[in-house]
Ligand binder design. Structure first.
Ligand code: ZN
Length: 372
């Protein structure tokens, strides 16, 4: 299922919006339009504005969209800093809890990670300070309606930018604070152990937050789950990257690939799978790869129809492939992203090999255990 759509791109970084963001924008718009909360010296929301509801709804929507523009600025700060350090950034996805930058590689050098992780909260706090300045300048007198609306809008945005900057400093993966903590630990211990320690702090905070949430605020439980999963995911990703480090696709691929022709019947294919104990084959004709057929494609055909159905009728034609010179980590990421069991290794349009998920997991296990 496609869960996000492309908004545009900035410096070759695709900006994507996850559908959950639309729900949260709608909720924020409504809250901004109908509620007014006095917090510290801020007034959050247009609820007290003496204007018709539809005008407040328009203002609330504009404010909600601007708020997520500020989240985007925060993520862009990370991404542009990473680009400056020479790291590829594929995309930024905005979703219900904020934004995520998909970087091709995480800076492993503590000093670089400090810069990439630190620039986000710093940008949010600086943006908050700027908006706050505008807010205090406008706040002075009870001016006309639009004046008051502008002041409230600036104040709300300033407040949320401070929250965004400060929340991200909490040392709990996947927040920036988690990365900052890891980078600091990594200056005096190895990267794997630093990640493990920072993830443990994140998980501990998540559990404390969830317990607190049971008594006070349901939202905290949701955020706690998100943080716990993020910490585990980060740990796993680092373990995989370290285990596959230095390996190319050609080092781990199976070169003698068994293929099947497109006009083979499904019953013959099923027999072949049983014999070879393989669950998937590239489909090839005259040296050209046409697709991939797997066990789940076989299962989808009812037994009575397996004699008359051909491989070409059920195979998937979107090919997930890497070059023999691609890194093993890249092959792993492609498998994860496409959620498939095997990636083809192609060179000059020809099939050079295949890497299955179990091949990769085996390599990760063996290298993780110190086997070269
Ligand atoms: Zn951040």
């Amino acid at each position: 299922m496609k869960t996000s759509f492309l908004l545009g791109s900035i410096r070759a970084i695709a900006i994507r919006v996850h559908f959950t963001l639309l729900i949260i924008v709608a909720l924020f718009s409504w809250a901004f339009a109908t509620q007014s909360v006095a917090l510290l010296s801020f007034t959050i929301g247009f609820g007290n504005l003496s204007a018709h509801l539809w005008l407040r709804a328009v203002l609330g929507t504009v404010l909600a969209v601007l708020f997520f523009a500020c989240v985007l600025v925060h993520e862009l700060a990370h991404s542009l800093m990473a680009q400056r350090q020479g790291y590829g950034v594929r995309s930024i996805t905005l979703f219900v809890f904020g934004g995520i930058s998909q970087m091709e590689d995480i800076p492993r050098e503590p000093r670089l990670e400090l810069q990439v992780a630190g620039i986000g909260p710093l940008t949010s706090v600086a943006l908050g300070a700027l908006l706050y300045l505008g807010y205090t300048l406008l706040q002075t007198a009870n001016g006309p309606l639009m004046h008051e609306a502008l002041a409230t809008g600036l104040g709300t945005l300033a407040f949320y930018n401070f929250v965004l900057g400060l929340f991200n400093l909490v040392p709990a993966f996947p927040t920036d604070g988690g990365r900052l903590l890891r980078a600091m630990l990594a200056t005096f211990m190895d990267y794997d152990r630093a990640t493990h320690a920072a993830a443990a702090v994140g998980k501990g905070l998540a559990i404390a937050m969830a317990v607190f949430g049971i008594f006070y605020n349901f939202w905290l439980i949701l955020i706690a789950v998100f943080i716990y999963m993020g910490a585990s995911e980060e740990e796993r990703a680092v373990r995989v990257t370290l285990a596959l480090e230095g390996l190319k696709a050609r080092d781990i691929m199976t070169a003698q690939v068994k293929t099947v022709p497109p006009d083979m019947s499904i019953s013959a294919l099923a027999g072949r799978m049983l014999q070879d104990k393989h669950t998937g084959y590239p489909v090839e004709r005259e040296g050209k790869v046409l697709g991939v057929v797997t066990f789940s494609d076989v299962r989808a055909v009812s037994p009575e129809q397996r004699d008359t159905t051909r491989v070409s009728d059920v195979m998937s034609t979107s090919l997930i492939s890497v070059s023999p010179r691609s890194s093993a980590v890249d092959a792993f990421r492609r498998l994860q992203r496409a959620n498939v069991g095997r990636v083809l290794v192609m060179e000059d349009g020809r099939l050079a090999g295949i890497i299955t998920r179990s091949d990769l997991l085996q390599v990760i296990q063996m290298r993780g255990a110190g086997v070269q």
